[in-house]
Design a binder for this molecule. Structure first.
Ligand code: NAD
Ligand code: TDX
Length: 338
C-alpha cells in the first residue's frame, strides 16, 4: 500500500485533508503525525478512527531523533506537510516558537525525507509569503511574485519554502510548494476571523474588527484546498510551485457583515479595535497555473460561508469545548471586549 504521512493532521486544514483522503482513497495508508498543540485535537477524527488504513502518531516535527527513526521504520511514499504554528497574531506576540516549528521542524522533515527517497514532499505554504498588495490595484500574486513576508509568521513560512526549494535544487528531493489564500470551513480554530465571528455572533458577543475593516483577504473553502493538494501531489511535476485561490476577495468588514446577516443578528455587534501591527493590506491570488493543471473549486464565497455557518450551528460542542479551555486566557490577552 502507498504510505502517506500527513503532518499537522489534527489541525484545521490537515484534519480536513486526512478525512478527504481517507474517504477518497481506500488503497492509501494515511499516517497523521501531530504533537497536539493548542490548535490540534483528535475529537474531529472520531468517525475515521476505526479505519484500518488510518493511524495517529503523536510526535514533534522538530524532534530529529524520533522523526528520523520513524521515517527509517515506515518508509513513507509521500509527505504532505501542514504542521505549523499558523496564527499571525500569536507570531507578533511570540515569534520564537514559529521559527522552531515552521523552520527547524520543516528542515528535520526534509532531512528525513531525503534519507529514504520519498516520491514527493508536498510543502503546504501560504500566500502571505508574498507580502501585501495595494488596495486599488488590479495586481495579483503569481508564482513568480517576490517573496516579501511582513509578519514573523509569514517570514517563518517563507524561510521554510526556501529550504524546500534548496533541498530540491541541491539534493534532488522531489517537492512541490503550494501557496494558498485564506481558508475557512469545518474545524476552523476560533482564533481566526471567520470562526471567531461565527462563534461570537452566536453568543451575542462583540466581534473585534482590526483598524477600519478595509483590509482584503482572498477566501477559499478548505475542501477546495484539499482537492488542490490532492491534484498537485499526484499530477504536478517535481520542483513546481502552485498558488491556490478561488477569486474570492472580500474586505474583513464584508466578511463579518455577511456572517452577521446570515445569522439574523445586528451589526451593532461589530467593534472596531486597534489595528494589527504590520497588517497586510490585501492578498489576492492568480491561480491560473493550477487551473491549467485541471483544478476547479466547488464553492463560491456565498455557498461556502452558508455551508460553514451551518456546520458551526451543527457542531457547537466542538467549538464550545475549545472556547472553555486555554483559549480564554489567550482571548483576554488579545482583546478587551464585551
Ligand atoms: P492549525 O494551526 O489549525 O493546525 C496546525 C497543526 O499543526 C495542529 O494540529 C498542531 O498541533 C500541529 N503542530 C504544531 N506544531 C507542531 C509540531 N512541532 N509538531 C507536530 N505537529 C505540530 O493550522 P492550519 O490553519 O490548519 O494550517 C495548516 C497549514 O496550512 C500551515 O502550514 C499553514 O501555514 C498553511 N496555510 C494555512 C492557511 C489558513 O488559512 N489557515 C492558508 C494557507 C496556508
Ligand atoms: O479578531 C480579528 N479581527 C480582525 O479584523 C482577527 C483574528 C482578524 N482580523 C483581520 C486580520 C486579517 O486582515 O481579519 C483578517 C483575517 O485574519 P486571520 O483570520 O487571523 O487570518 P490571516 O492573518 O489573514 O492569516 C490566515 O491566512 C493565511 C491564516 O491564519 C494563515 O495561517 C494563512 O497562512
Amino acid at each position: 500500500m502507498t504510505k502517506i504521512l500527513v503532518t499537522g493532521g489534527a489541525g484545521f486544514i490537515g484534519g480536513n485533508f486526512v478525512q478527504y483522503m481517507l474517504k477518497k482513497y481506500s488503497e492509501y495508508e494515511i499516517y497523521n503525525l501531530d504533537m497536539l498543540t493548542y490548535a490540534g485535537d483528535l475529537t474531529k477524527h472520531q468517525e475515521i478512527e476505526q479505519y484500518k488504513n488510518y493511524s495517529f502518531i503523536n510526535m514533534d516535527i522538530a524532534d530529529r531523533t524520533s522523526i528520523e527513526a520513524l521515517f527509517e521504520e515506515e518508509e513513507f511514499d509521500y509527505v504532505v506537510h501542514f504542521a505549523a504554528e499558523s496564527h499571525v497574531d500569536r507570531s507578533i506576540d511570540d515569534p520564537a516558537i514559529f521559527i522552531r516549528t515552521n523552520v527547524l521542524g520543516t528542515q528535520v522533515l526534509l532531512d528525513a525525507a531525503k534519507q529514504i527517497n520519498v516520491k514527493k514532499f508536498v510543502h503546504v505554504s501560504t500566500d502571505e509569503v508574498y507580502g501585501e498588495l495595494e488596495f486599488d490595484s488590479d495586481t495579483f500574486f503569481d508564482e513568480n511574485s517576490p517573496i516579501q513576508p511582513n509578519s514573523p509568521y509569514s517570514a517563518s513560512k517563507a524561510s521554510s519554502d526556501l529550504l524546500v526549494r534548496a533541498y530540491n535544487e541541491t539534493y534532488g528531493l522531489p517537492v512541490n510548494i503550494t501557496r494558498c489564500s485564506n481558508n475557512y470551513g469545518p474545524y476552523h480554530f476560533p482564533e481566526k476571523l471567520i470562526p471567531l465571528t461565527i462563534s461570537r455572533v452566536l453568543n451575542d458577543q462583540e466581534v473585534p474588527v482590526y483598524g477600519n475593516g478595509n483590509n482584503i483577504r482572498d477566501w477559499l473553502h478548505v475542501t477546495d484546498h484539499c482537492s488542490a493538494i490532492d491534484l498537485i501531489m499526484h499530477e504536478a511535476k517535481s520542483g513546481e510551485v502552485f498558488n491556490i485561490g478561488g477569486h474570492n476577495e472580500k474586505s474583513n468588514l464584508e466578511v463579518v457583515r455577511t456572517i452577521i446577516r446570515s445569522l439574523g443578528k445586528s451589526e451593532d455587534l461589530i467593534k472596531f479595535v486597534t489595528d494589527r501591527k504590520g497588517h497586510d493590506k490585501r492578498y489576492a491570488i492568480d491561480p491560473t497555473k493550477l487551473e491549467q493543471l485541471g483544478w476547479k473549486p466547488v464553492y463560491d464565497f456565498e455557498s461556502g460561508i452558508a455551508h460553514t455557518v451551518q456546520w458551526f450551528l451543527d457542531n457547537k460542542d466542538w467549538w464550545e469545548n475549545i472556547l472553555s479551555g486555554e483559549y480564554q486566557s489567550y482571548f483576554k490577552k488579545q482583546y478587551t471586549l464585551k
